[in-house]
Structure formats: C-alpha cells, structure tokens
Write a protein that binds this ligand. Structure first.
Ligand code: ADP
Length: 495
C-alpha cells in the first residue's frame, strides 16, 4: 500500500483477506499484502494497466452486477504468479486456485461513488474437498445403484429422516414421491413380513438395542413382489430429547431369489424327469412284453396242426389285437421322440370334417366293447377346415380309442360343434368310468394314468396336447366319475 497509510488502511493491509482497490473507471489503485500473496504477485506493478471492467476474468453479467448493485459475490479460477493479462496464456499444468470474491462499491462522505473494492479469499482447499466429496458421492451412488443397496436414517419418534434414491427404488417408489411418514414404507412390505419391521421398531422404542436382519417381500408397482434384505440398527438413542435414530440398509435381491427359485424348480423337474424315466422304462418293458407274449404264445399254438379251426380263428383275433396295441405303442414312442426333437412334420390341407368323424367312428367300432353304441354327430351337412388332417385324426382317434378302452356300456359319440367365437370344437363323449376331478388337470401330462394297472403307457394324451400346441388349438376334458367323459379340442376357423 502507499506510504501515506491511514490507520484504517493499515488494518486493511493486515487483514487475512486479499483486497484490491479500483477507481470509478475500474483501474487498479491499490492492493494489500494478502492479495499480493494470494495472486502470487511480486509487487503491484504486475497489476499495472489492469482494469476491472476490461478484464476477461469477469463475465459481462458480473461486470453489470458490480456496477449496479451495492455488492456482488462471484468466483473465478486463477493461475498465481501470472498477471491477469497473462492468464489465458498460462501453460497447462500450472497451479490453479479457486478464488471467491465480493465486489463492493465505495462512496465518499457526500455519497458519491469513489470506486470499487474487491475482497478475495482462496477457496481452493474447500473446492478440492468439495470435488472429492462429489466424486466419492458419485462412486457411492453408482455402487449403490449397481448393487441395489439403499440407505436410510430415520428418527422413529418424529418420523423425520433421510433416505437415498436407491432406498426408494428398493421399496418400489419414486424418489420424488411425497413422503407421508414411515408407514408409507411399512405398507409396501408384504403383510406377512411387516412384523419384522414393527417388532424391531417397538424393541428400539423399549431401548432393547435390537438388530434387524431379514428378508422381506416388497410390493412392486406391477402387483408382483420384490425381495429385499433389510439390515437395521439403532444409531442414536436419546428418547429424552425425542430422538431414537435408526439406520437401515436394504438390498434388492429379487434377481438372486428368483434365480434360486428357478434352480430349485429345475432341480425338482430334473429329479422328477429322472423318476419318470425310470417309471417309463419299467412301464415300457411291461407294455411291450404283454402284447408280445400273447403274439408269440398264440402264434405258436396256431401253428399246431391239430388246432381246431374255430379256436385258431379266436387266436388269430387275439394276435391281431395285440399286434395293433404293439404298433400303437411303438408309433406313440416314435411320435414322442419326434415331438421332443421338434421334428414332427405338420402338413396343412383342406379337411372334410364330416368324413373325418365318420372314419374315426368306423375305426373304433371294432375296438369298442360289445353293447356300446358308436354315434357320429356332425353339426353341419358339409364342413371343411384348413389344418393338418393326419394330426387331428390322430388326436380324435386317440380320444376315441381311450373311450373304447374305458367304456363298458352306453355310448361313444364322435362329433364336432361350431362355437360362438368362430372355432370348431371336436369331441369324443363316452359313458365310461370317468376321471376324478383332482386328476382332470394333470391327465394330459406324460405317463399320467388314473389307474396304474390299466393298459397303456400314459403318453397318448401328452402327444395330443403337444399336437394341439403346434396347431394353436385348445384341448381339455369334462368328466364325472361313473358317468363318463368328454375329451375335446378346439381350433379357430376362418369364416
Ligand atoms: P395311453 O397312451 O396309455 O392310452 P393316455 O395318455 O391316452 O394313455 O391316457 C392316460 C390316462 O387317462 C388313461 O390311463 C386313463 O386313466 C385316462 N383316460 C383317458 N381317456 C379316458 C376316458 N375316456 N375315460 C376314462 N379315463 C380316461
């Protein structure tokens, strides 16, 4: 500062704040020691010719604000040791400091504008720290988001607290949802799991210093449940001052839990498939041996020369029946293998539906028990649909052959109806033994039989179901034990 310092000037000189004085036009008039140190100036000459309002360090808005307002706060970055005019040419890598500044107007005793005062403080340490905090905050938020970890701290006596964005997300809420107290979070939790939270809070209120570690289900907005691990402890217990602070960490573990459930399901499926395979092999050897033994035995007897003609004819019928059964079994097994491998062929053509029903009815007449009437019921005098004729005949014939197997008296009706929603419903109705209600939903599953000792491998209906899936149709059964069954399948038709 100039030699003729007043007392007040010497105070300013010794202030720990950098000061630069400017005249009315913005030209530098004086600088205190702290400002010299701050900006790394060896002496005031480094500021010679510096004009506040011509400086590129101040943006236009700041210049206007400095001129018009009593005071104005701003900030800028500075390379110490270089004059203001050199700032833009400072080579990279030089030290930069962050300066906070307050520009104030100065007036004389008459209230006329005398000049301006710039008061400068080095905020570099705070700026660096803030930057570090911001970086850290970003890292923590990113980690929390990726690991789906949420954090909350709540005074359970006043309901006042703080929660991270991920905490809201874990609870199936938006960060900007209005906070209506702790109950809002509790209500998101599955009613059966809420006691974990309420018990913990009650224990915390009683001063028992509880620790919560639980897996709870949280309502998702789509009506399903997310799984969330919750860890909670009391972090500040001062009920006298109305404070019981609870800190909680939650982690969304839905994916892991769903994966676990999937794996368990797969394991159970694999185990059951293994059991089924064993059952299948045992069953198959029985199903193959029975007709084969008949065929071999009766064929041998038929060859005996002294066999009476009548008996030989009966034996031929038995051999014929067992041939058919064996053939059906082998054809079912081959179909099953083709369906598994996805190599079953579907060839579409126009199908005469009435003819199809008649053919199936005829083929079943020989198989049906004596006294069982075979009927055909066609809803229209003529009806053609476009589908795979071989496959729908296979399904209908399978229904009819089962009906023949399980019906001792009454009738078997083979037919179709046109439904209101433009579909054709084929059906085989019988007055046979029927199927218990609890088995009707599983009867189409592979190897399922109501009676384990009845003839058949339990794969026919499974094949029918797979064929219908390929043809985009529906399949089902209506049945009553002792009254009979109606097996049906439905295909959409174009009108
Ligand atoms: P399979 O290939 O051995 O004939 P299916 O899969 O066709 O086996 O049938 C499975 C089981 O469904 C049969 O063993 C029987 O218990 C039951 N079932 C099928 N059709 C009828 C029916 N019309 N009446 C009574 N039970 C039936």
């Amino acid at each position: 500062m100039s030699k003729e310092k007043t007392n007040s000037n010497s105070v300013l000189e010794n202030l720990p704040i950098g000061l630069i004085f400017f005249d009315k036009e913005g030209n530098t008039t004086d600088i205190n020691a702290k400002a010299l140190e701050l900006f790394g100036f060896s002496d005031i000459s480094m500021l010679s010719g510096f004009n506040l309002f011509a400086s590129p360090l101040l943006c236009d808005n700041t210049k206007i604000a400095v001129k018009t307002l009593p005071y104005y706060d701003s900030f800028f970055n500075y390379h110490p040791g270089f004059s203001p005019s050199q700032q833009s040419e400072v080579p990279p890598g030089n030290r930069t400091i962050r300066i906070d500044v307050r520009y104030s107007k100065m007036f004389d005793n008459e209230g006329n504008l005398k000049g301006y005062l710039g008061a400068y403080i080095d905020r570099t340490p705070e700026a660096v720290n803030n930057e570090k905090i911001r970086d850290l905050d970003e890292i923590i938020s990113m980690t929390a988001e990726v690991a789906q970890i949420g954090y909350a701290r709540i005074n359970i006596l006043t309901d006042v607290g703080f929660a991270t964005r991920q905490w809201y997300a874990n609870n199936g809420m938006g960060y900007n949802d209005q906070y209506n107290g702790l109950e809002m979070f509790t209500n998101c939790i599955h009613p059966d799991d809420r006691h974990f939270i309420t018990d913990f809070r009650e224990a915390a209120k009683r001063g028992e210093n509880p620790k919560l570690q639980a897996l709870v289900r949280v309502n998702r907005r789509d009506g399903k449940w997310n799984y969330q691990k919750v860890f909670s402890v009391v972090t500040n217990f001062d009920p006298k001052h109305n404070l019981i602070e609870v800190s909680a960490i939650t982690q969304n573990v839905t994916e892991q839990i769903e994966l676990e459930h999937d794996l368990i399901e797969q394991k159970e499926k694999a185990e059951s498939a293994d059991k089924l395979k064993t059952a299948f092999l045992a069953n198959m050897s029985h199903e193959i041996r029975t007709p084969l033994n008949s065929i071999i035995g009766f064929s041998r007897m038929m060859c005996q020369e002294d066999m009476p003609k009548e008996e030989r004819r009966d034996m031929a019928r038995i051999v014929e029946k067992n041939n058919e059964m064996l053939l059906q079994l082998i054809s079912d097994i081959l179909d099953l293998a083709k369906l598994e491998a996805g190599s079953m062929e579907f060839i579409f053509d126009d199908v005469d539906v009435n003819r199809l029903c008649m053919d199936v009815s005829c083929s079943i007449m020989l198989k049906a028990n004596e006294g069982v009437k075979i009927r055909t019921a066609c809803a229209r005098p003529r009806c053609f649909i476009h589908t795979d004729p071989k496959r729908i005949e296979q399904v209908l014939a399978n229904f009819a052959s089962n009906a023949a197997k399980f019906t001792d008296k009454g009738h078997i009706e083979i037919g179709y109806k046109i439904t209101d929603d433009n579909s054709i419903r084929f059906y085989v109705e019988d007055t046979g033994i029927g199927i218990p209600k609890d088995m009707q939903s599983t009867i189409f599953e592979r190897f399922t039989k109501v009676n384990a000792f009845s003839q058949g491998a339990g794969i026919g209906l499974d094949i029918c179901q797979a064929i219908m899936e390929h043809l985009g149709g529906k399949i089902g059964v209506d049945s009553k034990v002792g009254k009979g069954s109606t097996f049906w399948f439905e295909l959409e038709i174009e009108c």
